[in-house]
Design a protein around this ligand. Structure first.
Ligand code: NAD
Length: 296
């Protein structure tokens, strides 16, 4: 069993840390929020601060933070992870952040002799609680192999996507495609309805024809055909439109840096921005259907 330092005990980090504790690891955590720290203590973990003290004797350091600026600060400041981690410690950042920051922080860790992987997740809060997350890992083969046993505790599918930053690249490319396919699916159901087509009839045909995709068969934005989809629950999240917009904006940022034209990704980002501006970014991202129908 390993000594693990866990930084960022929010909606995702706390349930992930709980699974590590349940598996017998010794978890000490830190979060800026009092409630988050109390949550870890109630679950059998310890808390420590500042970060320099937290990481000093940790074998594995995991972070689950909001964005790239938090990751840069937590890892690279003089009182942060890289300057204070013990020799041989393994660093795992599971936050969803921009590829450039992931590669820059990892390079700083490597320069200090520390192995680091970027390991963003999909699966949401439910997957974090159930220990069924998908991890998309970027880093050396050696670092991936070292990280895999602890990621196995928190997830079900662990993929090595290549070198540093490739976990983040996988995550934003996947979610860009998801955002685009969700809008396309919602448009098709909305147009069908206006043409007098019953949603279930369209689903039965299109889900076995060439329009079939995950947004339709597992997460249908039209109420009815997929009972478990948020459309049947007033579009309660789920995966919020705010989180989808975050990932689409990361994809647009990456497109500029990589000089890659992503016009559909750009349009998807614009439409989710419109949904957020209308005050609906707390809804599930499939709630874009309501906006397309002119209902909000
Ligand atoms: P959250 O806001 O609930 O949790 C983030 C936590 O980090 C907060 O508790 C905050 O206090 C803490 N924090 C911020 N700065 C800190 C610092 N300097 N030191 C210590 N703690 C600090 O967010 P979340 O929903 O848990 O998401 C975390 C990451 O996971 C994000 O990058 C998000 O994009 C990604 N993600 C979230 C989901 C989801 O469904 N919530 C799904 C996949 C990926």
């Amino acid at each position: 069993m390993s000594k693990i330092a866990f930084i960022g005990l929010g909606n995702m980090g706390l349930p992930m840390a709980k699974n590590l504790i349940a598996a017998g690891h010794e978890v000490t955590g830190f979060d800026l929020s009092d409630d988050a720290r109390a949550g870890l203590q109630e679950s059998g973990g310890k808390v420590a601060d500042p970060i320099a003290v937290l990481v000093a004797d940790a074998e594995i350091i995991i972070s689950m933070l909001p964005a790239g600026k938090h990751v840069t600060a937590v890892y690279t400041e003089s009182d942060g992870v890289i300057a204070n981690a013990a020799a041989g410690a393994l660093l795992i950042d599971s936050s969803t952040i921009d590829v450039g920051t992931a590669r820059a922080v990892s390079a700083e860790a490597e320069a200090a002799g520390l192995a680091m992987v970027d390991a963003p997740v999909s699966g949401g809060v439910g997957g974090a609680a159930a220990g069924t997350l998908t991890f998309m890992v970027g880093g050396t083969d050696e670092a991936y192999q070292a990280a895999k046993p602890v990621l196995d505790v928190m997830g079900q599918n662990i993929f090595h996507a290549g070198g540093s930053g490739n976990g983040q690249a996988t995550k934003i490319c996947n979610n860009m495609l998801l955002g685009i396919s969700m809008i396309g699916t919602a448009e098709a159901f909305m147009l069908g309805e206006k043409l007098g087509l019953d949603a279930q009839t369209f689903f039965d045909i299109s889900s076995t024809a060439s329009g079939q995709c995950w947004s339709m068969t597992s997460y249908c934005p039209a109420p009815g055909p997929v009972p478990s989809s948020p459309a049947n629950n007033d579009y309660q999240a789920g995966f919020t439109a705010a989180m989808m917009l975050k990932d689409l904006l990361l994809a647009q940022e990456a497109s500029v840096v990589a000089d890659a034209a992503t016009p559909m990704g750009q349009r998807a980002a614009e439409l989710y921005t419109q949904m957020a501006d209308a005050g609906h970014d707390g809804l599930d991202f499939s709630g874009i259907m309501k906006m397309l129908k002119g209902e909000g």
